[in-house]
Design a protein around this ligand. Sequence first.
Ligand SMILES: [Zn+2]
Ligand SMILES: [Zn+2]
Ligand SMILES: [Zn+2]
Length: 481
Amino acid sequence: MTVGNMESATLFDAGKKGRGLKASKELAAGEVVFAEPSFSAVVFDSFASQICHSCFRRQANLHRCAQCKFAHYCDRTCQTACWDEHKKECGAIRKMGRAPAENVRLAARVLWRIHKDSGVVSDSQLMSVSELEDHVNDLSEEAHVQLKADVSTFLEYWSHGRKKHSAEFISHIFGIIKCNGFTMSDQRGLQAVGVGLFPNLCLVNHDCWPNCTVILNHGDQSALSSALHSQRRIELRALEKIPEGAELTVSYVDFLHVSAERQKKLREHFHFECTCEHCSQHIKDDLMMAAADSEGNKPSAEKVKEVTDFSKECLAKIEECRLQGEYNEVVKLCRECLEKQENVLADTHLYKLRVLSVASEVLSFMQKFSEAAGYAHKMVEGYRKLYHHNNALLGMAIMRAGVTHWHAGQIEAGHAFICQAYGILMVTHGPNHAITRDLESMRTQTEMELKMFKKDEAAYHSMRAAISSSGGSIKDLSRKK
Ligand SMILES: [Zn+2]
Ligand SMILES: [Zn+2]
Ligand SMILES: [Zn+2]
Protein backbone atom coordinates (compact mmCIF):
# COMPACT_ATOMS: atom_id res chain seq x y z
CA MET A 1 0.00 0.00 0.00
CA THR A 2 1.57 3.28 -1.01
CA VAL A 3 0.56 6.44 0.79
CA GLY A 4 -1.97 8.40 -1.20
CA ASN A 5 -3.18 5.45 -3.26
CA MET A 6 -6.98 5.73 -3.51
CA GLU A 7 -7.65 2.74 -5.74
CA SER A 8 -9.78 0.95 -3.14
CA ALA A 9 -12.21 3.80 -2.50
CA THR A 10 -14.51 5.88 -4.72
CA LEU A 11 -16.35 9.11 -3.99
CA PHE A 12 -20.14 8.83 -4.29
CA ASP A 13 -23.32 10.66 -3.37
CA ALA A 14 -24.47 9.13 -0.08
CA GLY A 15 -27.90 10.79 -0.18
CA LYS A 16 -28.92 12.55 3.01
CA LYS A 17 -25.43 12.09 4.45
CA GLY A 18 -23.90 14.08 1.59
CA ARG A 19 -20.72 12.81 0.03
CA GLY A 20 -19.28 9.47 1.03
CA LEU A 21 -16.72 6.87 0.05
CA LYS A 22 -17.47 3.34 -1.07
CA ALA A 23 -15.30 0.29 -1.63
CA SER A 24 -14.26 -0.03 -5.26
CA LYS A 25 -13.26 -3.66 -4.69
CA GLU A 26 -13.79 -6.33 -2.06
CA LEU A 27 -11.68 -5.69 1.03
CA ALA A 28 -10.43 -8.17 3.65
CA ALA A 29 -10.32 -7.57 7.42
CA GLY A 30 -7.14 -5.70 8.27
CA GLU A 31 -6.61 -4.43 4.74
CA VAL A 32 -5.47 -0.81 4.43
CA VAL A 33 -8.14 0.94 2.37
CA PHE A 34 -5.94 3.99 2.02
CA ALA A 35 -3.14 5.79 3.81
CA GLU A 36 -3.07 9.56 3.78
CA PRO A 37 -0.52 12.14 4.98
CA SER A 38 -1.88 15.12 6.89
CA PHE A 39 -2.64 18.26 4.92
CA SER A 40 -1.70 20.21 8.05
CA ALA A 41 -1.38 19.36 11.73
CA VAL A 42 -0.39 20.99 15.01
CA VAL A 43 0.65 19.77 18.45
CA PHE A 44 -1.80 20.73 21.25
CA ASP A 45 -0.79 23.76 23.36
CA SER A 46 -0.34 21.59 26.46
CA PHE A 47 2.19 19.32 24.72
CA ALA A 48 4.09 21.97 22.78
CA SER A 49 7.40 21.23 24.49
CA GLN A 50 6.96 17.46 24.95
CA ILE A 51 6.06 16.31 21.45
CA CYS A 52 8.05 16.74 18.24
CA HIS A 53 6.19 19.22 16.03
CA SER A 54 7.29 17.33 12.95
CA CYS A 55 6.80 13.61 13.60
CA PHE A 56 4.58 13.83 16.74
CA ARG A 57 6.85 11.52 18.65
CA ARG A 58 6.97 11.95 22.42
CA GLN A 59 10.53 12.21 23.57
CA ALA A 60 12.61 13.72 26.36
CA ASN A 61 15.13 16.44 25.46
CA LEU A 62 13.56 17.87 22.35
CA HIS A 63 15.44 20.62 20.55
CA ARG A 64 13.77 24.00 20.57
CA CYS A 65 13.48 26.25 17.53
CA ALA A 66 16.03 28.96 18.33
CA GLN A 67 13.95 31.64 16.67
CA CYS A 68 10.41 31.31 18.01
CA LYS A 69 11.37 29.17 21.04
CA PHE A 70 7.97 27.51 20.64
CA ALA A 71 8.39 24.65 18.17
CA HIS A 72 10.24 21.54 19.42
CA TYR A 73 11.84 18.74 17.40
CA CYS A 74 13.55 15.38 17.86
CA ASP A 75 16.61 16.67 16.01
CA ARG A 76 17.79 18.57 12.95
CA THR A 77 16.27 16.02 10.57
CA CYS A 78 12.78 16.58 11.99
CA GLN A 79 13.33 20.34 12.10
CA THR A 80 14.44 20.45 8.47
CA ALA A 81 11.56 18.23 7.38
CA CYS A 82 9.12 20.60 9.05
CA TRP A 83 10.67 23.93 8.06
CA ASP A 84 8.41 24.45 5.07
CA GLU A 85 5.41 24.09 7.37
CA HIS A 86 6.92 26.12 10.19
CA LYS A 87 8.65 28.99 8.36
CA LYS A 88 5.67 31.37 8.18
CA GLU A 89 4.43 30.22 11.56
CA CYS A 90 7.83 30.92 13.14
CA GLY A 91 7.74 34.52 11.90
CA ALA A 92 4.12 34.98 13.01
CA ILE A 93 4.85 33.72 16.53
CA ARG A 94 7.82 36.06 16.84
CA LYS A 95 5.79 38.99 15.55
CA MET A 96 2.96 38.31 17.98
CA GLY A 97 5.30 37.58 20.88
CA ARG A 98 3.50 34.34 21.75
CA ALA A 99 1.98 31.31 20.09
CA PRO A 100 -1.84 31.45 19.79
CA ALA A 101 -4.13 28.52 20.66
CA GLU A 102 -3.93 25.29 18.68
CA ASN A 103 -6.99 25.89 16.50
CA VAL A 104 -5.67 29.29 15.41
CA ARG A 105 -2.28 27.75 14.66
CA LEU A 106 -3.93 24.99 12.64
CA ALA A 107 -6.14 27.40 10.69
CA ALA A 108 -3.05 29.42 9.79
CA ARG A 109 -1.11 26.31 8.74
CA VAL A 110 -4.04 25.25 6.56
CA LEU A 111 -4.19 28.65 4.88
CA TRP A 112 -0.43 28.89 4.36
CA ARG A 113 -0.56 25.47 2.73
CA ILE A 114 -3.48 26.48 0.52
CA HIS A 115 -1.49 29.51 -0.62
CA LYS A 116 1.61 27.49 -1.28
CA ASP A 117 0.20 24.29 -2.79
CA SER A 118 -3.49 25.11 -3.37
CA GLY A 119 -6.21 23.14 -1.58
CA VAL A 120 -5.42 19.99 -3.52
CA VAL A 121 -1.93 18.69 -2.88
CA SER A 122 -1.92 15.40 -4.79
CA ASP A 123 -3.68 13.64 -7.64
CA SER A 124 -5.27 11.22 -5.19
CA GLN A 125 -6.86 13.93 -3.03
CA LEU A 126 -10.54 13.66 -3.88
CA MET A 127 -11.73 17.02 -2.63
CA SER A 128 -10.14 20.44 -2.15
CA VAL A 129 -9.75 21.43 1.49
CA SER A 130 -11.78 24.60 1.05
CA GLU A 131 -14.72 22.56 -0.29
CA LEU A 132 -15.09 20.53 2.92
CA GLU A 133 -18.15 20.99 5.14
CA ASP A 134 -17.91 23.70 7.81
CA HIS A 135 -21.32 23.64 9.60
CA VAL A 136 -20.78 27.26 10.64
CA ASN A 137 -24.52 27.91 10.30
CA ASP A 138 -25.30 25.12 12.77
CA LEU A 139 -23.13 26.54 15.54
CA SER A 140 -24.69 27.59 18.83
CA GLU A 141 -24.69 31.25 19.84
CA GLU A 142 -21.93 30.54 22.33
CA ALA A 143 -19.83 28.83 19.66
CA HIS A 144 -20.34 31.84 17.37
CA VAL A 145 -18.93 34.15 20.04
CA GLN A 146 -15.88 31.89 20.36
CA LEU A 147 -15.53 31.75 16.59
CA LYS A 148 -15.49 35.55 16.38
CA ALA A 149 -12.78 35.71 19.03
CA ASP A 150 -10.74 33.06 17.18
CA VAL A 151 -11.05 34.96 13.90
CA SER A 152 -9.81 38.16 15.50
CA THR A 153 -6.81 36.36 17.09
CA PHE A 154 -6.17 34.83 13.72
CA LEU A 155 -6.07 38.22 12.00
CA GLU A 156 -3.58 39.47 14.54
CA TYR A 157 -1.43 36.37 14.05
CA TRP A 158 -1.60 35.78 10.32
CA SER A 159 1.40 37.07 8.39
CA HIS A 160 -0.45 37.65 5.17
CA GLY A 161 1.93 39.69 3.09
CA ARG A 162 -0.38 41.01 0.42
CA LYS A 163 -2.89 38.18 0.74
CA LYS A 164 -5.96 38.99 2.78
CA HIS A 165 -9.04 36.96 3.54
CA SER A 166 -12.51 37.95 4.57
CA ALA A 167 -13.62 37.08 8.09
CA GLU A 168 -16.19 34.85 6.42
CA PHE A 169 -13.58 32.73 4.67
CA ILE A 170 -11.52 32.45 7.85
CA SER A 171 -14.65 31.37 9.74
CA HIS A 172 -15.19 28.76 7.04
CA ILE A 173 -11.67 27.36 7.67
CA PHE A 174 -12.28 27.31 11.46
CA GLY A 175 -15.57 25.48 10.85
CA ILE A 176 -13.83 22.89 8.67
CA ILE A 177 -11.24 22.26 11.38
CA LYS A 178 -13.87 22.04 14.08
CA CYS A 179 -15.93 19.34 12.42
CA ASN A 180 -13.23 17.56 10.41
CA GLY A 181 -10.12 17.85 12.59
CA PHE A 182 -8.71 14.47 13.47
CA THR A 183 -7.21 14.02 16.93
CA MET A 184 -3.70 12.66 16.71
CA SER A 185 -2.00 10.55 19.35
CA ASP A 186 1.63 9.99 20.26
CA GLN A 187 3.62 7.12 18.76
CA ARG A 188 2.07 4.53 21.06
CA GLY A 189 -1.47 5.68 20.53
CA LEU A 190 -1.91 6.25 24.24
CA GLN A 191 -2.54 9.95 24.47
CA ALA A 192 -4.09 12.60 22.23
CA VAL A 193 -1.35 15.12 21.55
CA GLY A 194 -2.45 17.10 18.51
CA VAL A 195 -4.95 17.66 15.73
CA GLY A 196 -4.64 17.39 11.97
CA LEU A 197 -6.63 17.67 8.77
CA PHE A 198 -6.80 14.69 6.38
CA PRO A 199 -9.00 15.65 3.40
CA ASN A 200 -9.84 12.17 2.10
CA LEU A 201 -10.57 10.87 5.58
CA CYS A 202 -13.09 13.73 5.98
CA LEU A 203 -15.16 12.08 3.25
CA VAL A 204 -15.69 8.87 5.24
CA ASN A 205 -19.11 9.02 6.90
CA HIS A 206 -19.99 7.91 10.39
CA ASP A 207 -21.72 4.74 11.51
CA CYS A 208 -21.91 3.66 15.16
CA TRP A 209 -21.13 0.11 13.98
CA PRO A 210 -18.56 0.91 11.28
CA ASN A 211 -16.78 -1.40 8.86
CA CYS A 212 -13.48 0.54 9.05
CA THR A 213 -11.27 2.09 11.66
CA VAL A 214 -8.78 4.89 11.36
CA ILE A 215 -5.43 4.90 13.09
CA LEU A 216 -2.43 7.08 13.03
CA ASN A 217 0.66 5.24 11.93
CA HIS A 218 3.88 7.04 12.57
CA GLY A 219 5.97 4.27 11.03
CA ASP A 220 8.93 2.85 12.85
CA GLN A 221 9.13 5.38 15.64
CA SER A 222 11.04 3.01 17.87
CA ALA A 223 14.02 3.89 15.73
CA LEU A 224 15.89 6.70 17.40
CA SER A 225 17.12 8.04 14.11
CA SER A 226 14.40 10.33 12.84
CA ALA A 227 15.49 9.54 9.28
CA LEU A 228 13.56 6.29 9.74
CA HIS A 229 10.39 7.99 10.94
CA SER A 230 7.66 8.20 8.36
CA GLN A 231 5.62 11.32 7.74
CA ARG A 232 2.50 11.82 9.83
CA ARG A 233 -0.21 9.77 8.23
CA ILE A 234 -3.41 7.95 8.95
CA GLU A 235 -4.51 4.56 7.71
CA LEU A 236 -8.10 3.62 7.05
CA ARG A 237 -8.29 -0.11 7.77
CA ALA A 238 -11.13 -2.57 7.09
CA LEU A 239 -12.49 -4.17 10.30
CA GLU A 240 -14.18 -7.02 8.47
CA LYS A 241 -14.72 -8.28 4.96
CA ILE A 242 -16.30 -5.44 2.95
CA PRO A 243 -18.04 -6.22 -0.34
CA GLU A 244 -17.38 -4.12 -3.42
CA GLY A 245 -19.73 -1.13 -3.57
CA ALA A 246 -20.45 -0.99 0.18
CA GLU A 247 -20.11 2.37 1.88
CA LEU A 248 -16.95 2.75 3.97
CA THR A 249 -17.68 4.04 7.48
CA VAL A 250 -15.85 4.88 10.69
CA SER A 251 -17.23 5.79 14.09
CA TYR A 252 -16.70 9.31 15.38
CA VAL A 253 -17.75 8.31 18.92
CA ASP A 254 -17.08 5.42 21.29
CA PHE A 255 -19.80 2.79 20.90
CA LEU A 256 -20.12 2.39 24.69
CA HIS A 257 -22.98 4.86 25.12
CA VAL A 258 -26.67 4.14 24.61
CA SER A 259 -27.95 5.22 21.20
CA ALA A 260 -29.64 8.40 22.45
CA GLU A 261 -26.40 9.46 24.10
CA ARG A 262 -24.34 8.78 20.97
CA GLN A 263 -26.86 10.67 18.85
CA LYS A 264 -26.64 13.63 21.22
CA LYS A 265 -22.84 13.70 21.00
CA LEU A 266 -22.94 13.49 17.22
CA ARG A 267 -25.57 16.21 16.97
CA GLU A 268 -23.65 18.56 19.26
CA HIS A 269 -20.23 18.00 17.85
CA PHE A 270 -20.75 16.97 14.24
CA HIS A 271 -24.18 18.47 13.53
CA PHE A 272 -26.01 15.49 12.14
CA GLU A 273 -28.70 13.07 13.24
CA CYS A 274 -27.36 9.52 13.32
CA THR A 275 -29.79 7.15 11.65
CA CYS A 276 -27.42 4.16 11.52
CA GLU A 277 -28.90 0.72 12.06
CA HIS A 278 -27.64 0.51 15.64
CA CYS A 279 -29.20 3.86 16.55
CA SER A 280 -32.51 3.47 14.76
CA GLN A 281 -33.05 -0.05 16.13
CA HIS A 282 -31.44 0.76 19.50
CA ILE A 283 -29.25 -2.30 19.14
CA LYS A 284 -27.50 -3.28 22.42
CA ASP A 285 -29.10 -0.40 24.35
CA ASP A 286 -30.87 -3.05 26.44
CA LEU A 287 -27.56 -4.75 27.35
CA MET A 288 -25.96 -1.42 28.28
CA MET A 289 -28.74 -0.69 30.78
CA ALA A 290 -29.62 -4.25 31.76
CA ALA A 291 -30.48 -5.42 35.25
CA ALA A 292 -28.79 -8.52 36.64
CA ASP A 293 -30.64 -11.76 36.10
CA SER A 294 -29.07 -14.55 38.08
CA GLU A 295 -31.18 -17.70 37.73
CA GLY A 296 -34.40 -15.76 37.35
CA ASN A 297 -33.72 -13.70 40.48
CA LYS A 298 -34.56 -10.32 39.02
CA PRO A 299 -34.10 -7.32 41.29
CA SER A 300 -37.11 -5.03 41.64
CA ALA A 301 -37.43 -1.97 39.43
CA GLU A 302 -37.03 0.30 42.49
CA LYS A 303 -33.83 -1.47 43.48
CA VAL A 304 -32.41 -1.07 39.97
CA LYS A 305 -33.27 2.62 39.97
CA GLU A 306 -31.75 3.12 43.40
CA VAL A 307 -28.46 1.44 42.41
CA THR A 308 -28.34 3.22 39.04
CA ASP A 309 -28.72 6.61 40.75
CA PHE A 310 -26.16 5.66 43.36
CA SER A 311 -23.70 4.54 40.65
CA LYS A 312 -24.10 7.76 38.74
CA GLU A 313 -23.30 9.84 41.81
CA CYS A 314 -20.50 7.54 42.82
CA LEU A 315 -18.88 7.71 39.37
CA ALA A 316 -18.82 11.51 39.60
CA LYS A 317 -17.09 11.27 42.99
CA ILE A 318 -14.65 8.67 41.67
CA GLU A 319 -13.71 10.94 38.79
CA GLU A 320 -13.17 13.86 41.13
CA CYS A 321 -10.92 11.87 43.50
CA ARG A 322 -9.01 10.52 40.57
CA LEU A 323 -8.27 14.01 39.28
CA GLN A 324 -7.04 14.93 42.76
CA GLY A 325 -4.79 11.86 42.76
CA GLU A 326 -6.55 10.38 45.82
CA TYR A 327 -6.15 6.82 44.61
CA ASN A 328 -6.93 5.07 47.90
CA GLU A 329 -10.24 6.90 48.00
CA VAL A 330 -10.92 5.98 44.36
CA VAL A 331 -10.39 2.29 45.15
CA LYS A 332 -12.60 2.49 48.23
CA LEU A 333 -15.44 4.12 46.25
CA CYS A 334 -15.10 1.61 43.41
CA ARG A 335 -15.29 -1.37 45.77
CA GLU A 336 -18.32 0.11 47.49
CA CYS A 337 -20.05 0.79 44.18
CA LEU A 338 -19.32 -2.67 42.77
CA GLU A 339 -20.70 -4.24 45.90
CA LYS A 340 -23.98 -2.33 45.54
CA GLN A 341 -24.17 -3.22 41.84
CA GLU A 342 -23.69 -6.95 42.48
CA ASN A 343 -26.87 -8.90 41.58
CA VAL A 344 -28.63 -5.67 40.61
CA LEU A 345 -26.92 -4.44 37.43
CA ALA A 346 -25.88 -6.80 34.62
CA ASP A 347 -22.23 -7.34 33.73
CA THR A 348 -22.78 -5.36 30.54
CA HIS A 349 -24.29 -2.33 32.31
CA LEU A 350 -22.30 0.76 31.35
CA TYR A 351 -22.05 2.04 34.93
CA LYS A 352 -20.59 -1.25 36.05
CA LEU A 353 -18.10 -1.30 33.19
CA ARG A 354 -16.99 2.25 33.97
CA VAL A 355 -16.32 1.40 37.60
CA LEU A 356 -14.46 -1.77 36.61
CA SER A 357 -12.36 0.19 34.15
CA VAL A 358 -11.28 2.81 36.70
CA ALA A 359 -10.74 0.22 39.44
CA SER A 360 -8.48 -1.98 37.32
CA GLU A 361 -6.51 0.97 35.99
CA VAL A 362 -5.93 2.63 39.35
CA LEU A 363 -5.12 -0.66 41.13
CA SER A 364 -2.60 -1.54 38.40
CA PHE A 365 -1.03 1.85 38.87
CA MET A 366 -0.80 1.10 42.60
CA GLN A 367 0.76 -2.27 41.69
CA LYS A 368 -2.08 -4.21 43.33
CA PHE A 369 -2.19 -6.50 40.35
CA SER A 370 -4.28 -9.42 41.65
CA GLU A 371 -7.32 -7.33 42.47
CA ALA A 372 -6.80 -5.26 39.31
CA ALA A 373 -6.70 -8.44 37.21
CA GLY A 374 -10.04 -9.63 38.60
CA TYR A 375 -11.72 -6.36 37.62
CA ALA A 376 -10.00 -6.20 34.25
CA HIS A 377 -11.24 -9.71 33.47
CA LYS A 378 -14.86 -8.80 34.25
CA MET A 379 -14.60 -5.61 32.27
CA VAL A 380 -13.27 -7.37 29.19
CA GLU A 381 -16.05 -9.97 29.34
CA GLY A 382 -18.60 -7.15 29.35
CA TYR A 383 -16.85 -5.31 26.52
CA ARG A 384 -16.84 -8.42 24.36
CA LYS A 385 -20.64 -8.57 24.47
CA LEU A 386 -20.94 -4.94 23.41
CA TYR A 387 -18.14 -4.07 21.02
CA HIS A 388 -17.54 -5.21 17.45
CA HIS A 389 -15.10 -8.14 17.72
CA ASN A 390 -12.39 -6.12 16.01
CA ASN A 391 -12.96 -2.80 17.79
CA ALA A 392 -9.62 -1.11 18.54
CA LEU A 393 -10.70 -0.04 22.03
CA LEU A 394 -11.66 -3.63 22.80
CA GLY A 395 -8.21 -4.73 21.63
CA MET A 396 -6.50 -2.16 23.84
CA ALA A 397 -8.60 -3.16 26.86
CA ILE A 398 -7.74 -6.83 26.34
CA MET A 399 -4.09 -5.87 26.06
CA ARG A 400 -4.20 -4.04 29.40
CA ALA A 401 -6.02 -6.98 30.98
CA GLY A 402 -3.29 -9.30 29.68
CA VAL A 403 -0.50 -7.19 31.13
CA THR A 404 -2.31 -6.94 34.47
CA HIS A 405 -2.76 -10.72 34.69
CA TRP A 406 0.86 -11.20 33.75
CA HIS A 407 1.98 -8.84 36.53
CA ALA A 408 -0.31 -10.65 38.93
CA GLY A 409 1.55 -13.87 38.16
CA GLN A 410 -1.44 -15.33 36.29
CA ILE A 411 0.63 -16.24 33.29
CA GLU A 412 -1.88 -18.51 31.55
CA ALA A 413 -4.63 -15.91 31.48
CA GLY A 414 -2.09 -13.16 30.78
CA HIS A 415 -0.70 -14.93 27.75
CA ALA A 416 -4.17 -15.77 26.43
CA PHE A 417 -5.30 -12.13 26.66
CA ILE A 418 -2.13 -10.88 25.02
CA CYS A 419 -2.62 -13.30 22.11
CA GLN A 420 -6.25 -12.18 21.68
CA ALA A 421 -5.26 -8.52 21.76
CA TYR A 422 -2.55 -9.20 19.21
CA GLY A 423 -5.15 -10.74 16.89
CA ILE A 424 -7.34 -7.63 17.08
CA LEU A 425 -4.52 -5.12 16.74
CA MET A 426 -3.17 -6.91 13.67
CA VAL A 427 -6.47 -5.83 12.07
CA THR A 428 -6.92 -2.38 13.61
CA HIS A 429 -3.30 -1.23 13.76
CA GLY A 430 -1.43 -3.57 11.45
CA PRO A 431 1.89 -5.38 11.96
CA ASN A 432 4.11 -2.29 11.77
CA HIS A 433 2.45 -0.16 14.42
CA ALA A 434 4.46 0.47 17.60
CA ILE A 435 1.76 -1.05 19.84
CA THR A 436 1.45 -4.19 17.73
CA ARG A 437 5.22 -4.58 17.93
CA ASP A 438 5.09 -4.22 21.70
CA LEU A 439 2.38 -6.84 21.83
CA GLU A 440 4.42 -9.15 19.69
CA SER A 441 7.35 -9.02 22.07
CA MET A 442 5.02 -9.47 25.04
CA ARG A 443 3.53 -12.49 23.32
CA THR A 444 6.97 -14.06 22.87
CA GLN A 445 7.96 -13.28 26.45
CA THR A 446 4.75 -14.63 28.01
CA GLU A 447 4.91 -17.73 25.83
CA MET A 448 8.37 -18.45 27.18
CA GLU A 449 7.25 -17.85 30.74
CA LEU A 450 4.20 -20.04 30.24
CA LYS A 451 6.44 -22.93 29.18
CA MET A 452 8.56 -22.37 32.25
CA PHE A 453 5.42 -22.28 34.40
CA LYS A 454 4.11 -25.54 32.98
CA LYS A 455 7.43 -27.25 33.59
CA ASP A 456 7.97 -26.05 37.13
CA GLU A 457 5.48 -23.76 38.84
CA ALA A 458 7.57 -23.15 41.94
CA ALA A 459 10.62 -22.20 39.91
CA TYR A 460 8.50 -19.88 37.79
CA HIS A 461 7.07 -18.05 40.79
CA SER A 462 10.47 -17.59 42.39
CA MET A 463 11.83 -16.23 39.11
CA ARG A 464 8.95 -13.76 38.96
CA ALA A 465 9.42 -12.73 42.58
CA ALA A 466 13.08 -12.02 41.79
CA ILE A 467 12.08 -9.92 38.79
CA SER A 468 9.54 -7.85 40.68
CA SER A 469 11.82 -7.29 43.69
CA SER A 470 14.47 -5.93 41.36
CA GLY A 471 11.86 -3.74 39.66
CA GLY A 472 12.60 -5.85 36.64
CA SER A 473 11.93 -6.40 33.04
CA ILE A 474 8.24 -7.30 32.93
CA LYS A 475 7.23 -3.95 34.28
CA ASP A 476 9.67 -2.15 32.04
CA LEU A 477 8.36 -3.79 28.93
CA SER A 478 4.76 -2.84 29.46
CA ARG A 479 5.36 0.55 30.97
CA LYS A 480 7.73 2.00 28.46
CA LYS A 481 6.24 4.86 26.55
ZN1 LIG B 1 10.53 14.16 15.32
ZN1 LIG C 1 10.34 28.62 15.08
ZN1 LIG D 1 -25.64 5.63 15.16
